[in-house]
Structure formats: C-alpha cells, structure tokens
Design a protein around this ligand. Structure first.
Ligand code: ATP
Ligand code: MG
Length: 430
C-alpha cells in the first residue's frame, strides 16, 4: 500500500511510495534518487550490486520527472532529507517523462514567469509554487466559512450578461445567438437585486472579466472576486466585516499553512491589527501630493504612483473613505448633507487596492438620476432598476479581489503567480 512520503520516518520498516524523480545522482556502484510527492522528498539509495535485473533496467528508464513506484526498506541516515532513506526491493517506472523537460522543476535555473506559465503543470510540481495554491485554497475556505458563520447565503449569478455593470470599456463582447452579450465584469447588479428579494446577506466567490488593455503586475483579464452584499447595513458595518475577514484569513493561513509558508521562505504572516485606519480621500490626495510633489485635483482618481506613496506612509492596511461622488459608481450612496461626497470606500494594502465597496443607493428615483449623471441610459438597466420599485431595503457591500489578497499576503511580485492559468492580453493558453 502506498503511503505519502511525509509518513516515511526512520521508524517505518518497509514502505511503498509513488512519486516523481526530482533528482538523480549516479555514483557508479550507487545511484541516489530524490523522489518527490506533494507531501515531501525522500532519498532512494540503490546499491547496484545488490539489486535484481528488473530494478536495474527500471533505473535506466527513470529520467527526471518520471513517475515511479518504489518499495523497500527504510533506514535511518543522517545526511538524507528527513533523516531517512529507502533501499528498494521493487522499483518501477509507472510513467516515463520525456527529456529534455520544458522547465526545470528543481529550480537550479530560475525561469522567466512566461516560461513557467507555459509549462504550468510542471511549474506547479515545484513545492514553492504548490505552496501558493495551498494557501489560496485555505484562504478561500476561510472566507466561505467566515461568511457562512455570519449568516450569509452563497449565491451564483450569471457571467453572461446583457449590460455593463458600470458602462465603460472594460467589457468582453461574446457571440450569444443573435443578441448582444458580454462577460460580466462584476456581480454587482445581481447581488443588489437579491437584496430586493429579501436574502439580506449574500456572498459569491466567482470569476469577473475585465478587458484591461494594459499589462500590469496587478491586473488580470479573468480574476476571482469575493463579493458580499448586506441589507440593513451601512458602509461602516461592511467595512468592519471586511477587516475582520482579512484578519481571519491571515490567522487561519498561519495556523494551517505552516509548511507552505516555510516553503515560501516567509514564515508566519504578520496579522494586521484592527481597526484599520480610515483615511479621508481629501487627506489621501494631500499626502500623495506631498510625497510625490505632484498635486492631485479634488475629484481625480488616485493613480498607481500616488497609491504607492500613500501606502508607504501608512505602512499597514487602511481604508480610503468619503470619496467624491463623481468618481465612484452611480450605485454609491451620496451623503444626505453633502451629496458631492459618497459613502464609498477602498480597502488598501500598502502595495495596492484590495477591495472597493459602499453603502448603496436604494431609492429608485435617486438611482435613476445617478445613472443619468454618469451619462448612462437607465433603459439599459431596467432589469436592475425594477426591484428598486418594490421595497428595496437599504444595503451595503464590497468586492474583494482574491488574487490581490493572496498576492499581498504572500508578497508575490506578480498577480499571475496567484492564478493557476492566468488570462492576460497575450495569454489564452494553457
Ligand atoms: P484598480 O483600480 O486597481 O484597477 P478597480 O477599482 O478597477 O481596481 P473594482 O472594480 O473596484 O476594481 O473591483 C473590486 C476589486 O476587484 C478590486 O479592488 C481588485 O481587488 C479586484 N479587481 C478588479 N479588477 C481586477 C483585475 N483586472 N485583476 C485582478 N483583480 C481585479
Ligand atoms: Mg475599485
């Protein structure tokens, strides 16, 4: 019976393993193999004189990254990884790997990201890469469990849609019979509609599609969004929930991903402290101007350079709050006493934006006016506007980029590192 490599200890007497040939060293009379599975690495030592012809012929076939089955005796030995080695009675090549490899799994030669992504299945055999996706898996599980525990309903909304969430040019048109259709850029409109259905607290973890033209290290054309919407809540309530969630994810990853974090050479993550500072938009642009020497006019967006400058000064997670109504989407609620400012916020990591959210407009007439003010045609949003005519509760919510969360948590240099098969302008396969 096969056992995971992690479970082969000096106390194990005999063991059978299945794994990939990580490295081979032939010293004439002795051949050393390092065999790897997702749980660890084991040295297999073959004294050629003491093994049969069947093992010897398998050895010749066992090229690097071949999948092999080895059965034999376990011996304690100080110098080998994990303080043990396996001396085989049986050694079988289950599936031979071709040579040369498109990518060196052992990482002796650092490969360009593009080369790695082209051979992603091999790249993901690297413990360090697999570690990112273990962390991602635990992070997303934590998000779901956290939201379930807070009474949220998990929903799935359509990804093929007729209208843009916010108008705009970031849309991928698709061929949908004789109709005009797009890939959805956000579940925004649908999660709000479910507030009208009385669901009260909903969440969705799903793909969003953005036709971002430019290649950056923090944009994908297909990303994963963690979205929530909550009735009878204002922006303050959902900001508190968001910071609590971020802390829960950091804690859980520390608790459950120790070996992955070690593999990534980062050790325990510093858990952010709550409450995160709330920085007014006006203060944020003042700080950025002072740091960069480039003034930002009130009502201008905070670009990448400004974002970085503010992040450096803040040095921790923070919110930018009280944005000018004119630069936030039509569904953000303006303050009653000063409608030029709205109840929108961005959650920032020192490196970049992680999430945008707001208390939403729930009054039909105001929503129609705000859509018009953005130069959009309310007729195109009729399906969305209808629930607002039949008892829409006040509500608030946010969307959090899963890849940006993982990327910032693990200090990855490029967002593509946080996706198995990233989609960008130049990448449609694998
Ligand atoms: P940015 O200004 O950084 O491009 P955004 O303000 O356009 O982001 P939102 O529409 O506010 O993005 O989306 C909410 C969240 O979804 C963002 O804070 C981000 O974490 C994530 N997100 C949005 N677009 C992308 C993308 N192209 N690639 C990866 N994540 C994204
Ligand atoms: Mg945003």
């Amino acid at each position: 019976m096969r056992i995971p490599i992690r479970d082969v200890t000096p106390e194990t007497k005999t063991a059978e393993i299945l794994g990939w040939v990580h490295e081979v060293r032939d010293l004439g009379g002795l051949t050393f193999f390092l065999i790897r599975d997702r749980t660890g690495i084991l040295q297999v030592t073959v004294p050629k004189k003491k093994v049969g012809e069947q093992v010897l012929s398998a050895l010749r076939d066992a090229s690097r990254e071949s999948l092999v089955r080895v059965r034999g005796n376990v011996k304690a030995i100080e110098k080998a990884p994990g303080g043990r080695e396996l001396v085989p009675d049986e050694f079988e090549v289950v599936c031979r790997s071709e040579s040369p490899l498109p990518l060196d799994v052992v990482e002796k030669v650092p490969a360009e990201l593009d080369t790695r992504l082209d051979a992603r299945f091999l790249d993901a055999r690297r413990p360090r890469v697999a570690a990112v996706f273990q962390v991602r898996s635990v992070a997303l599980q934590t998000v779901s469990e956290f939201l379930y525990a807070h009474g949220f309903v998990n929903i799935s909304t359509p990804k093929i849609v007729a209208a843009a969430t916010e108008g705009g040019t970031e849309l991928f048109p698709i061929a949908y019979f004789e109709k005009e259709a797009f890939l959805n850029q956000s579940p925004q409109l649908y999660k709000q509609m479910m507030m009208g259905a009385g669901f009260e607290k909903v969440f969705e973890i799903g793909p969003i599609f953005r036709a971002e033209e430019h290649n950056t290290t923090k944009h994908l054309n297909e990303a994963t969004s963690i979205d929530i919407e909550v009735s009878f809540a204002d922006h303050h309530a959902v900001m508190e929930l968001l910071e609590e969630l971020i802390v829960a994810v950091y804690r859980e990853v520390n608790e459950r991903c120790t070996s992955a974090l070690e593999g990534l050479e980062i050790g325990a993550l510093p858990v952010p402290k709550t409450p995160f500072p709330r920085l007014q938009y006006t203060e944020a642009i003042r700080m950025a101007a002072e740091a960069t020497g480039e003034p930002i006019a009130y009502g201008d967006d905070i670009g990448t350079t400004a974002e970085k400058a503010i992040g450096e000064l803040m040095g921790e997670h923070y919110f930018i709050v009280d944005w000018p109504t004119e630069i936030k989407p039509y569904y953000a609620m303006p303050y009653e006493d000063n409608p030029t400012v709205c109840k929108a916020f961005d959650l920032m990591h020192p490196r970049m934006e992680l999430s945008s959210g707001a208390q939403r407009v729930h009054q039909h007439d105001l929503l129609v006016r705000q859509i018009q003010a953005k130069g959009l045609n309310p007729d195109n949003f009729e399906f969305y506007l209808e629930p607002f005519r039949y008892g829409m509760p006040p509500h608030a919510g946010w969307g959090l980029g899963a890849e940006r969360l993982i990327m910032t948590m693990l200090s990855l240099g490029n967002i593509r590192e946080a996706v198995l098969f990233p989609r960008d302008r130049h990448r449609l396969t694998p």
